[in-house]
Design a protein around this ligand. Structure first.
Ligand SMILES: [Zn+2]
Length: 260
């Protein structure tokens, strides 16, 4: 399964702002060796799961196979309300809808931001409760964590996170897929364009990654974190994408355009 070898440069580790407190996560990286080791087991699990309708195995995607020139902007984790609103203002100004993979803690602490995301027409999805590494947890514990996050989101908005999960650090294995299936999640969403916005210093560096990696059906990874070049890069990124013929849509809209 090619998605398992997704560029988990996905280290996805950097300071994360949650409710005003700075939390530092350790750098974690799925090595190619780990991916190869878990790959066959996951394939077996999926084969077994195929025999158990109606809830099929979740599909791992890092892009959507579409002939249309569409891309999806995704933002992970959490940020201060002021910063997240500034990001949403830029999206509004360009009439663009994004997909936010938020932490359950953010939904619990800032429910008004969750509601604003939905009111503005953006999509919101599960990124765990508090950024634990799902590749190091049992399926039962992962399912509990996913539910904890979803419960917080439901309390904030009355809606449920399903059907998408982006695991913290982009780290997952068979246990993650098993838990997703139990919880009714259909897609594990990685990315095809890593802006490295948590690491780079300038909007120009982010744009270099976008220009080099973007293609049809691309999923662009960014973060909601404060004090990153994301906010400054976003207007130019949207303009560049549109000038190059890309339509920016939500993940659900892009999946609807998937080639059959
Ligand atoms: Zn994250």
């Amino acid at each position: 399964m090619p998605a398992l070898a997704a560029k988990d440069s996905a280290v996805d580790a950097r300071p994360v702002v949650t409710d005003g407190n700075l939390v530092t996560y350790n750098v974690l990286q799925a090595t190619p060796a780990q991916d190869e080791a878990t790959g066959p087991a996951i394939e077996t699990e999926i084969e077994v799961a195929k025999a158990s309708p109606p809830i099929g195995p979740p599909k791992v995607i890092n892009k959507v196979n579409s002939d249309r020139k569409v891309v999806c902007l995704t933002f992970d984790d959490a940020g201060s309300p002021a910063h997240v609103r500034k990001l949403m203002d830029v999206l509004d100004q360009h009439d663009v809808k994004a997909t936010f993979f938020v932490l359950g803690t953010f939904a619990a602490n800032k429910p008004e931001i969750m509601r604003e995301m939905l009111e503005k027409g953006h999509e919101v999805a599960n990124h765990s409760y508090n950024h634990k590494n799902y590749a190091k947890m049992s399926a039962t514990d992962i399912a509990k964590d996913m539910k904890l996050a979803d419960d917080a989101f439901k309390r904030a908005t009355g809606q449920s996170f399903v059907p998408y999960l982006r695991p913290p650090y982009g780290a997952y294995n068979q246990n993650t897929l098993t838990a997703m299936r139990q919880m009714g999640y259909s897609r594990l969403v990685m990315w095809s364009v890593d802006t490295l916005d948590w690491k780079v210093k300038t909007p120009g560096e982010m744009m270099g990654h976008v220009k080099g990696q973007t293609g049809e059906g691309g999923i662009i990874l960014m973060h909601l974190l404060d004090n990153k070049p994301t906010l400054n890069a976003l207007p130019g990124m949207i303009t560049w994408l549109k000038q190059n013929g890309y339509e920016i849509v939500t993940l659900t809209e892009m999946i609807a355009l998937e080639n059959s």
